[in-house]
Design a protein around this ligand. Structure first.
Ligand SMILES: Cc1cc2nc3c(=O)[nH]c(=O)nc-3n(C[C@H](O)[C@H](O)[C@H](O)COP(=O)(O)OP(=O)(O)OC[C@H]3O[C@@H](n4cnc5c(N)ncnc54)[C@H](O)[C@@H]3O)c2cc1C
Length: 405
């Protein structure tokens, strides 16, 4: 049984069937419709360049043909570990031999005055994107709280649609939790060139409304700005409550071991909700990415089919903001040295992030070949590339990867 019908849940079910699992697969998800991809929600979907139907991982026929039962619009409300049974919001119960928790994450709420006004959104689900899209059409003034991936992707879309966009960011740079200062700088400059105003060191303090709809925001330094639409993108929290209530170990998410098993050997946890031991950091981490959700789904399916192995897939991530395609291979947490290769003026560059002599991550913008080379390098183990070598004027990552294969 799979709780959560998103990226990780879908992948588990699809991989189980691909790997020859013949038993019953039931996937319970609280959203309506078929499982779908989230990344386009803040990109092509809001731009009107793709449809809701195109977001689904597979058409209905796939689930019928593969005997994957989807119980939609239904929450798993409790886990009875003694009887290996879950309770559903419909009042029904479902028994399991093995339970996969693929519950994702929810938007961090902003506990400020006016947060419940119409026109104030988070961006997590198709329903959120539809609601934002409907209001964005007539909006002029857009305010975004948070210059993380989702806030900036949305800001990029809104500015491309001709809206006046103001982003408020408490930190002093863009996407500060995930990328190097050099890359943050490139994105800040790009957004400025698109007319997106980013106010660093500023948060949202309060929202003002008229007839129940947002009309202005107040920043933490006391300034007021008009706002027709406000999108809050200040991070997410793992959906771990039902796991905690069932007595499973929690540590910034549902804690799992190297094989993605929780403290109960009949329950796995994967994707955004799971905190796993990463061979890349040597600590438990939680990642919010398609790669992580999909690879962990594959890993759990393989284990259930008798091919257990410690999870150690190379972490990678991407973000599209107008003509900039950011791709990251590896994890830059703890980096102390960065080397920039490529052309800053043309916005085609890679930032190599090192801790001492150890390469931790490669962040690339519009340099897909570097990203592919970096993923290949990390898949083989820690690449023996030093900052000194990467600093050579003629250094080329793709050629270096090929030469050291
Ligand atoms: C707007 C947006 C843009 C993104 N862009 C990118 C990108 O460019 N690149 C990238 O790598 N990643 C991106 N991500 C992140 C990526 O989509 C997630 O990391 C991925 O979806 C995680 O998969 P998951 O299965 O863990 O969680 P989800 O896909 O969120 O699925 C979890 C599902 O479980 C449901 N659920 C929760 N609790 C219960 C319950 N008790 N009972 C039943 N169902 C429940 C949730 O409602 C949800 O449907 C983006 C995310 C968003 C929101």
């Amino acid at each position: 049984m799979i709780a959560g019908a998103g990226q990780a849940g879908f992948q588990t079910a699809a991989s189980l069937r691909q790997d020859g699992f013949a038993g019953r697969i039931v996937m319970v998800g609280d959203e309506p419709g078929l499982p779908y991809q989230r990344p386009p929600l803040s990109k092509a979907y809001l731009m009107g360049k793709t449809t809701a139907e195109a977001l689904t991982f597979r058409p209905e026929k796939f689930f019928v043909d593969n005997r994957i039962e989807i119980v939609a619009q239904t929450r798993v409300t409790a886990i009875d570990r003694t009887n290996k049974r879950v309770a559903l919001s419909s009042g029904e119960t479902l028994d399991y031999d093995h339970l996969v928790l693929a519950l994702g994450a929810h938007n961090r709420a902003l506990p400020i005055r006016g947060a419940a006004l119409e026109g104030v959104f988070g961006l997590r689900t198709l329903a959120d994107a539809d609601a934002i899209g409907a209001m964005l059409a007539d909006a002029h003034e857009v305010v975004v709280a948070g210059a993380g991936f989702i806030g900036l992707e949305f800001g990029a879309v809104a500015s491309a649609l001709g809206k006046s966009v103001h982003v408020l960011e408490l930190a002093d740079r863009t996407m500060a939790r995930a990328i190097s200062p050099a890359m943050s700088q490139l994105f800040a400059a790009a957004h400025a060139s698109w007319g997106v105003n980013i106010d660093f060191g500023q948060g949202l303090a309060a929202l003002a409304g008229e007839r129940g709809r947002v009309c202005a925001v107040e920043t933490t330094d006391g300034r007021k700005r008009p706002a027709d639409v406000v999108v809050v993108g200040i991070g997410v929290l793992p959906n771990a409550a039902i796991a905690a209530e069932a007595g499973l170990d929690i540590d910034n998410g549902i804690k799992v071991d190297a094989e993605l098993l929780t403290s109960d050997p009949t329950i796995s946890a994967i994707g955004d909700c799971a905190s796993f031991p990463s061979p890349y950091t040597g600590s438990h981490i939680r990642l919010e990415s398609v790669q992580n959700a999909a690879d962990q789904g594959r890993a759990v399916a393989a284990r259930l089919m008798g091919r257990a192995a410690p999870y150690g897939a190379v972490p990678w991530f991407w973000s599209d903001q107008r003509d900039l395609k950011l791709q990251i291979a590896g994890l830059s947490i703890g980096a102390d040295t960065t080397i920039v290769v490529g052309n800053r003026d043309e916005r085609r560059l890679s930032v190599l992030c090192f801790r001492g002599d150890k390469l931790l991550a490669v962040e690339s913008v519009n340099r897909g070949a570097d990203h592919v080379a970096a993923r290949k390098m990390f898949a083989r183990g820690t690449p023996p590339l030093t900052p000194a070598e990467a600093s050579r004027p003629d250094f080329d990552l793709k050629a270096w990867e090929a030469a050291t294969r």
